[in-house]
Design a protein around this ligand. Structure first.
Ligand code: BGC
Length: 797
């Protein structure tokens, strides 16, 4: 793998939060931010450790109202390892004593390395080299190796290694007014001379947490200090000039959510006692990563390839094969920070299609997370008088709606009502993922059982949400919010919500059509059992068929309208706002602070109508519109693309991605600037400080899928691999390996005008590769060079 490291030179306190997010290490079970072990949480540093699915609920008072929030809990910090000369102050990079610093994330091996030199006295320095890992083979282990070298002196160094429960969820400035203390009943103790432990529990979800640590240094004795919220070990080292002395810290973490354990503390203590020494841990960790990279091989040259490998690394650290064993969803901001409280949004729409072709068992587990919460989604639908299942916009532990009721506009300092829970389209995302998972994996067992039940209940919700409008002769879905979060109400309306969001209605039509198809093709015992259990009438499919063909899609001036009435909104003076504010990505906050509202304008935060071009191939989309009684020709679609392109501020990292995808598929020469924006989203922190609060997992996975499916036009429909590549001159050569319906390691390599396919040897059937002009069958063990049809050069927008 080329460019296998992600490097930072020098120390920059202003960049620390961003680096900590991007240097997070994780294994799908838990993750720890890349904070320096000698630093404590404050304005510069924010060490944070999060275990997937470990939430706690607290009530706070903001703006005179009681609000309840469920958060992914910042667990006790296992990183602390500080050092000082006896009687001196602890070294920290924030003091003047730092001579040099560099940090490098080895993406191939999953190891974070840092090297720093601290000034000890004139002509004397302390060199510190650290290697850190969060174990990819044993998801309950982490390890930190530190090598101290005296340069130009000899003497004693005091080292303190600790587990620290004096942490809170305080990583996001906007949440500062909310209660953030989630850990209670902290106890510490000693297990055996080399190990100390810490246990605690979350205050309301009562999850018990156990951590144990072993700290060793050759020839040095370890002293234990008992403190209320910290389990501490101290070691005194004798340093000789130029002779590195190594301190190894091994940590184990368990929670009471883990299977196959008794007590989490016992499990942690046992595990750390049994853990092998650092070199052995490092080599089993490297091997696990090697196996992961084999399953997710991606080769893209240049800067794009470098960033894509970082994206892939973080996707795999958040959703690894260990995730398949857990009851968790896709956290929108990874396990990398506290933004959006670790909640699960529709963002899985941008993640699962990528995983489906590499780790289908992980996709299945993530879909099962949704299926387990079908009961909560049914309750939510019932609570508003509708049938079926209404999935929450933000989901956490038990599947109830976790969207905050108020959000803070940091620009105006005002707390405002948050209506984003009206984004019922999240249900279509769940259904879409079920279908695409089945297409890619061929897992009929899942589709015919949990998949069918979930999809059918979502369809039922849409059918129950659609009301017939005699005047229009169409069904309408009213009172929703679409993907564009800027618009949550009509100007001056008393109630929130909009009517006939095109994205919502078209995806609802697609879900209804899939549900009808599924009910018609389910094996009879599955169909009978499902319809009897959930009480579906015999005439339901025909009603759904009718609704799926007659949902209303508004148009104006020859383009698809984002929602009914969109055309009546005022045009925005984009130049004025750009000139006045420069960065207008969060136009909603700017306008609210000015006493105005973005609801009045034709201005979108992110792709909304254009999301349709992200989810569906041009042929699929055309067919969907034809079914709905509309002709969506290329010209209408291109006009629609242009219309919204000029009216979008890209206030979400998902926006650049979707626009890059849609413009690439439309073979437009301006595609690259959006693809580039999507690639830079986190590494350059384009949303102005948000990456430090957690990565944007949807956009990261989406960029991988942009290469995998967007540029190749790869579809797994109809039992063959369909490919319809589009040219993107800036990214014209790439290759990757996929897992497709039991074939492990199918390799696709794209070069201008040429496609190379290799199917690994196995006893499985050949794969049909369907190109726009022909179909070729490639047998296991065969390699095939295919000339691609001539393509016109990208056209300008
Ligand atoms: C976007 C949503 C997204 C959420 C979580 C918001 O800024 O507008 O579409 O689901 O972030 O990533």
């Amino acid at each position: 793998m080329k460019d296998r490291a992600w490097r930072y030179e020098g120390y920059d306190p202003g960049q620390e939060r961003l680096r900590e997010s991007l240097c997070t290490l994780g294994n799908g079970y838990f993750a720890t931010r890349g904070a320096l072990p000698e630093c404590t949480a404050g304005t510069v540093h924010y060490p944070g450790t999060y275990a997937a699915g470990c939430y706690n609920r607290l009530t706070s008072t903001v703006a005179g109202r009681e609000v309840e929030n469920e958060d992914l809990v910042n667990l006790p910090n296992w990183l602390p390892l500080r050092f000082r000369l006896p009687g001196g102050v602890w070294f920290t990079p924030d003091a003047e004593a730092l001579l040099s610093h560099r940090q490098s994330l080895d993406l191939r091996a999953g190891v974070l390395e840092r090297e720093s030199r601290y000034l000890v006295a004139e002509g004397r320095a302390l060199h510190v080299r650290q290697l850190r890992l969060v174990h990819m083979a044993d998801p309950h282990l982490a390890a930190l190796r530190t090598e101290f070298t005296a340069e130009g002196w000899s003497g004693e160094l005091e080292v303190e290694s600790a587990l620290d429960a004096s942490v809170s969820n305080s990583g996001v400035e906007r949440y500062r007014e909310l209660d953030a203390s989630h850990l209670t009943q902290v106890e510490t103790g000693t297990a055996h001379p080399e190990a100390v432990w810490l246990r605690c529990r979350t205050s309301t979800s009562a999850i018990r947490i156990g951590l144990a640590q072993r700290t060793t240094a050759p020839g040095a004795s370890v002293r234990v200090l008992t403190e209320a919220r910290r389990a501490v070990q101290r070691i005194r080292l004798h340093l000789m000039p130029g002779r590195p002395v190594t301190v190894d810290k091994t940590v184990s973490l368990h929670t009471s959510r883990d299977p196959a354990i008794g007590d989490p503390l016992d499990a942690a203590v046992d595990r750390v006692a049994r853990a092998r020494k650092f070199p052995a841990l490092l080599s089993s960790h490297r091997l696990a990563w090697q196996h992961l990279w084999q399953k997710a091989e991606l080769s893209v040259p240049g800067e794009a390839g470098h960033i894509l490998r970082l994206h892939l690394f973080h996707v795999l650290q958040t959703l690894s094969p260990h995730t398949a064993e857990l009851d968790v969803g896709v956290p929108a901001r990874g396990l990398h920070g506290e933004a959006y409280r670790g909640h699960v949004f529709w963002d899985e729409l941008f993640v699962l299609p990528y995983l489906n072709l590499h780790f289908p068992e992980v996709s299945r587990a993530l879909l099962t997370y949704r299926h387990r919460r079908l009961g909560a989604a049914r309750d939510a639908a019932r609570a508003i008088g509708r049938p079926g299942a209404m999935y929450p916009w933000q989901s956490g532990s038990d599947g109830r709606e976790e969207t905050q009721e108020m959000h803070l506009n940091p620009r105006s300092g005002r707390w405002l009502p948050d209506h984003s829970r009206l984004q019922h389209h999240v249900g279509s995302a769940v259904a879409y993922n079920i279908w695409r998972y089945w297409e890619a994996s061929g897992d009929a067992e899942f589709l015919h059982t949990k998949g069918a039940e979930t999809l059918v209940e979502i369809a039922r919700f849409w059918a129950g949400s659609a009301t017939y409008d005699e005047g229009l002769g169409r069904y309408r879905i009213r009172g929703v919010v679409g993907p564009d979060e800027y618009h949550d109400a009509y100007p001056d309306a008393k109630e929130p919500g909009l009517d006939d969001n095109a994205y919502t209605n078209v995806t609802a039509a697609w879900v209804l059509a899939r549900a009808v198809e599924l009910l018609g093709t389910l094996p009879e015992p599955c169909r009978r059992e499902l319809t009897e259990r959930i009480g579906l009438d015999a005439d339901t499919p025909s009603q759904w068929e009718e609704i799926s063909r007659k949902l209303y899609v508004p148009f104006h001036s020859g383009v698809i309208s984002q929602f009914e009435g969109y055309a009546d909104l005022a045009p925005l003076d984009w130049d004025r706002y750009r000139t006045q504010y420069g960065d207008i990505r969060r136009l909603d906050r700017i306008l609210e602070a000015e006493g105005d509202t973005v609801n009045r304008y034709q201005a979108s935060k992110q792709a909304d109508v254009l999301m349709l071009g992200y989810l569906f191939s041009p042929a699929e989309l055309r067919a969907l519109f034809t079914r709905l009684g509309h002709r969506l020709d290329e010209e209408t679609w291109n006009r629609t693309v242009d219309h919204y392109l000029q009216r979008t501020s890209h206030g979400s990292t998902l926006s650049g991605l979707v626009h890059g995808w849609v413009l690439s598929r439309a073979k437009r020469s301006d595609a690259w600037s959006y693809v580039h924006e999507a690639l830079r989203g986190d590494v350059a922190d384009v949303q102005g400080g948000t990456t430090g609060e957690g990565i944007h997992l949807g956009a990261m996975a989406g960029t991988l899928d942009l290469v995998q499916r967007g540029l190749t036009g790869l579809e797994t429909r109809g039992g063959s691999l369909r490919l319809d590549p589009v040219p993107l001159p800036e990214l014209s050569e790439y290759g990757f390996t996929i897992r497709y319906q039991g074939h492990w390691g199918v390799r696709l390599q794209m070069r201008p005008g040429q496609l190379h396919v290799r199917v690994p040897a196995s006893d499985r059937a050949p794969i049909d590769i369907e190109l726009p002009d022909r179909t070729v069958s490639v047998a296991p063990g065969e390699t095939c060079e295919l000339a691609l049809p001539e393509r016109a050069a990208p056209r300008s927008g």
